[in-house]
Structures are given as C-alpha cells and as structure tokens.
Design a protein around this ligand. Structure first.
Ligand SMILES: C[S@@+](CC[C@H](N)C(=O)[O-])C[C@H]1O[C@@H](n2cnc3c(N)ncnc32)[C@H](O)[C@@H]1O
Length: 309
C-alpha cells in the first residue's frame, strides 16, 4: 500500500519511486477519486482503468460513515463487516454509536494496529475485531451488514460472493456501485472538504441481498389450481401467475427474502422465500386471501393439471 491520507486529506503517492506497483496505485487512486492519475496517465480515461490489485487508503468522512450505517439501519443486533477497514472508523462507529458488533479486515498491518487502538480508546474494544486479512478470502457469512469503500473492479469481483449470502444481508458501498445490480437506494452527500475527485460530494449505495425465486412454482391447498413462473434480474422480478387457461403478468421486487408484486387484475401478492417454498405472506385481492398457503418449486416442467404452466 503506497498511499496514505490523514482524515479527509488528499492522499499522496509516497513509497514506490517507480514501476508497476506505483502505476497500479496511481491508477487505483485515479479510479477511486474520479481524477486522472497525474500527467503520466493523463491520456488514460478512468473508464478504461485496468484491473488493479490494490486500493489506496482514503477515509470515509464522518458524515459519509454515519450515512453508511444509517442507510443500512445498523442496530444492536447487527454484525458489520468492513472490507478494507482502513483506520477502523466504520466498525468503531457502528459499535460506539449503534451498538453493533463488527469485524474489519485490512491488509495493512499498521492500519489494523491503529484501528485496535482507536476502538479500545472508544471503549468498544470488546465489541469489534480487526484482522490483517485479504478481503477476498474473508468469510462473509456472519455479516448482517457489509460496508466497503473500494474500487469498481473490487466491487464487481465481490459481487458473486455477496449475492450468495443469506437473503436480507445489507450491503453499503461508498461511491462505487455494482454494475447491473442496481442499488435499492442511493444517497448523495455534500462533502465540501472532499479533497479527492472533482465532485464535492459522496454517494452512498445500498442493496439488500435478494433471495433467488426464478423458476416455476406450483400452488397448493386453496391455490392448488395456480402456478407462478418467475424470471429474476437481481432484485427485479417479472413473470406470470396462471390459473388453468388464465394468465396475469407479474412485476415485482425482491427485498431480501420477500417478493412484493405490483397490482394485477387479481390484486397484489407478497411472497416470502421460505426454504424450498414461496409462502404467500400478504397482499391485496382475491388470491391474497389464501395468505399462509405456499407455492413449491415444480419438480418437472409443469405443475400438473390445475396450475399448468
Ligand atoms: C479507500 S480505503 C477505505 C477505508 C475505510 N473502509 C473507510 O471507508 O474509511 C480502502 C482500504 O482497503 C484496504 N485494502 C485494499 N485491498 C485490500 C485487500 N485485498 N484486503 C484487505 N484490505 C484491502 C486498503 O489498505 C485501504 O485501507
């Protein structure tokens, strides 16, 4: 790691006199800040910045740190993991201000040491842990909330592991998104003293890991003559509700394990992925009256007689 910043100050490239690591860091910095990486890279548009193997240390300012924790509704029941935890401010704040437990993983040992000291001084040393660890080999399964301030390429490399986490796990990223997986919410914050990038603002993106619901689902009990065929693109769901020869188009959105559909001619549905079933948890209209009934994943290519699909 070559670049260090004091709180909210412009990072400087310090350690590597020349060579590929310095160049990689400069490119990383350029991408992180949205700036060109100086004269040598003046012709390199940020959009074509190649895959880089490191992210410079730049802190999330206090108002951004607070918004990252607020947007994810962090509370005392949460376990927050910060990927690339820097000086540990996100994890320490999550514990101190919101009562959460947390883990920060960071490749720079001096930053880990600093984080432990700051957390101890803040009186939350027993609620948080900081490890010298590569974020790509970190077990994320215990996280209820994951925070990150990395680079676009890092976010994209993490995306498959994040999407495989327990539905409902909340994800927050400072400034960078995750490509076609659009955020559920984005806040733009004024950061007048932001000394990196052209914009005097930061974006905070928020996602909830969606359950997988694509496929054919067959109704049971009072919904025995119904079937649901769903297609999913991250949290966006489209499909068809069918009863015998009648079909109603479905459009809906996942929030963690829950699919909420828009109104159709037969009302709206709220369905929850519950193990191998999709349980009707609510909604409005005649189908929703069967609340509590489940659809189960089809074993073949149709549901048999009633809800043929
Ligand atoms: C932009 S800073 C963000 C620091 C902190 N999360 C914050 O928002 O204030 C990114 C941090 O990620 C760390 N980092 C980069 N690559 C890493 C890796 N592969 N594993 C763990 N940490 C990494 C860097 O050392 C740096 O401290």
């Amino acid at each position: 790691m070559t670049t260090r910043a004091n709180s909210n100050t412009l990072p400087t490239l310090l350690r590597h006199p020349a060579g590929s690591l310095a160049t990689a860091t400069a490119l990383a910095l350029a991408a992180l800040t949205g700036l060109g990486a100086g004269k040598a890279q003046a012709q390199t548009p940020v959009a074509t910045v190649p895959i880089v193997d490191e992210v410079p240390f730049i802190v999330s300012p206090d108002n951004v740190t607070l918004e990252m924790l607020r947007i994810a509704s962090v509370g005392a029941k949460d376990h927050v993991i910060d990927l690339g935890s820097g000086d540990g401010r996100i994890i320490t704040t999550a514990a101190k201000r919101f009562g959460a437990t947390g883990l920060g993983v960071e490749i720079d040992p001096s930053l880990v040491e600093k984080s432990r000291k700051i957390a101890a001084e803040a009186g939350v040393g027993d609620k948080v842990e900081f490890r010298i660890q590569d974020l790509f080999t970190t077990d994320l399964s215990k996280a209820t909330v994951i925070t990150m301030y990395l680079l676009p390429d890092f976010n994209m490399r993490l995306r498959p592991s994040i999407l495989a986490l327990k539905p409902g796990t909340r994800i927050v990223s400072h400034d960078w998104d995750m490509g076609e997986w659009k955020p559920d919410q984005t806040t733009v914050l004024s950061v007048p003293d932001k000394q990196v990038g052209r914009e005097k603002s930061s974006k905070v993106h928020f996602w909830t890991v969606p359950a997988q619901v694509a496929g054919l689902w067959c109704g049971a009990g009072p919904l025995g003559s119904y079937s649901l065929r769903l297609t999913q693109n991250f949290q966006e769901v489209t499909g068809t509700l069918q009863r015998r020869e009648r079909r109603w188009p479905i459009t809906g959105r996942m929030q963690g394990p829950t699919l909420a559909t828009e109104e159709t001619a037969v009302g709206s549905l709220v369905l929850e992925r519950d193990g191998q079933a999709l349980r009707l948890a609510g909604g409005k209209g005649p189908v929703a009256l069967a609340k509590g009934t489940s659809f189960t994943a089809a074993k073949g290519s149709d549901c048999g007689k009633g809800g043929k699909a």
